[in-house]
Design a protein around this ligand. Structure first.
Ligand code: SF4
Length: 365
């Protein structure tokens, strides 16, 4: 019996020692990961300039630091139907590497993610939430997916989502191409004031030029969070007129609407901004997506597909959505010309970003 007790004590001591070593290794691993990750200070993130920005970049000194992290995006010329929206600059770069991504230009070719330490982001949010004059006193939508994929670091985003759940005025937009693995925190506990948006595309387009989870996985992730009670927007953007594009996109719409009913749908066609093209070429990615700009329209928002092709795409998708019983009053288009909106006869909110402008808060959120 004494022998048995001795060996049990031995086993317990060995187990305890192993647990301590494992804990130490895990802590060391976390420290190493942190060291490997690249961080940006709030001031550095404030300096990130969209290359096509028409407004001069001003990094105010002596103002509340939230202005470094929460910045207006307001760069559109009057011929493009868009307007100001708010960027939540919590990270910069992306873990994916889609061939056509506009971030290539913004990141000047270096897509490797950099993060703002989450404590700074939370502090900025505290400041903005307690500022009655922010956004002219109106509720705002904070787009966390303009300089990165919103769900590429779920542990950071969980803390940010928690912060939005503490108030009831402003909303957080998560824009992503991630799959179900990234939405665990949203499913474990429902957070108020969080709007989820997935960027999806036809399977063939995704295979050719996207480096992210498959459209099926993204739709599954969207379905899961929709079922959990979040508003879910879908961006089908950029829509490429590949061979038999009608069949490919019709298939996508069937698949999408058979799994969930999105709160709204945003459509877009490829934008060939000068710096996007330049840095995509430099990175040596497959540039065949840029062939679609041949005979395209030169707009104040870069190259676009020919006008008539874009128009056909929008009308086709709207018609299919209508056939599937989707309310096309909830469909909008991104960064399109005034001329295109007029020719479609669709209603827009003048001077506002149609996707993330103030008018969408409360309407689709
Ligand atoms: S997932 Fe989005 S942000 Fe990331 S590389 Fe692709 S298009 Fe760019």
């Amino acid at each position: 019996m004494a022998e048995n007790n001795k060996s049990r004590k031995h086993r317990e001591a060995a187990y305890k020692a192993w647990k301590t070593i494992r804990k130490r290794r895990m802590e060391e691993g976390a420290r190493l990961t942190e060291r490997l990750e690249r961080f940006f200070s709030p001031r550095q993130i404030a300096r990130v300039a969209h290359p096509e920005d028409i407004a001069p970049l001003v990094v105010d000194r002596g103002v509340s630091p939230y202005r470094y992290i929460i910045k207006p995006f307001s760069k559109v010329p009057p011929s493009i139907v868009c307007g100001r929206f708010w960027e939540l600059r919590w990270a910069y770069g992306c873990i994916y590497d889609c061939a056509y991504c506009y971030l290539r230009g913004t990141c000047r070719g270096d897509m490797k993610p950099r993060y703002v330490r989450v404590e700074h982001v939370l502090k900025a949010l505290d400041q903005v939430f307690s500022d009655p004059l922010f956004n002219g006193g109106k509720p705002a939508l904070f787009n966390s997916g303009e300089l990165s994929d919103s769900l590429m670091k779920p542990d950071f985003m969980e803390k940010i989502a928690d912060k939005f759940a503490e108030q009831d005025r402003h909303k957080l937009l998560l824009l992503t191409k991630c799959g179900p693995a990234a939405v665990g925190f949203l499913l474990r506990r429902f957070r108020r004031n969080v709007v989820c948006a997935w960027s999806v595309n036809a399977v063939k387009v995704a295979r050719l030029w996207e480096r992210a989870p498959s459209p099926e996985e993204r739709i599954e992730a969207a379905r899961l969070v929709r079922e959990a009670g979040y508003p879910v927007w879908i961006r089908i953007d950029p829509i490429f007129p590949i061979e038999d594009w009608e069949i490919h996109y019709e298939h996508l719409l069937y698949k999408l609407l058979s799994r969930l009913t999105p709160t709204r749908i945003i459509l877009g066609t490829p934008r060939g901004l000068r710096k996007t093209l330049l840095y995509a070429k430099k990175a040596g990615v497959d540039m065949s997506w840029a062939d679609f700009f041949k005979d395209g329209e030169r707009t104040e928002w870069g190259l676009k597909l020919p006008f008539e092709i874009r128009r056909r795409i929008y009308l086709f998708i709207a018609e299919k959505l209508r056939e599937l019983g989707y309310d096309i009053g909830k469909v909008t288009i991104c960064k399109e010309t005034v001329e295109m909106w007029r020719s479609l006869g669709w209603k827009y909110v003048p001077g506002a970003c149609q996707c993330y402008g103030d008018h969408v808060v409360g309407l689709y959120t």
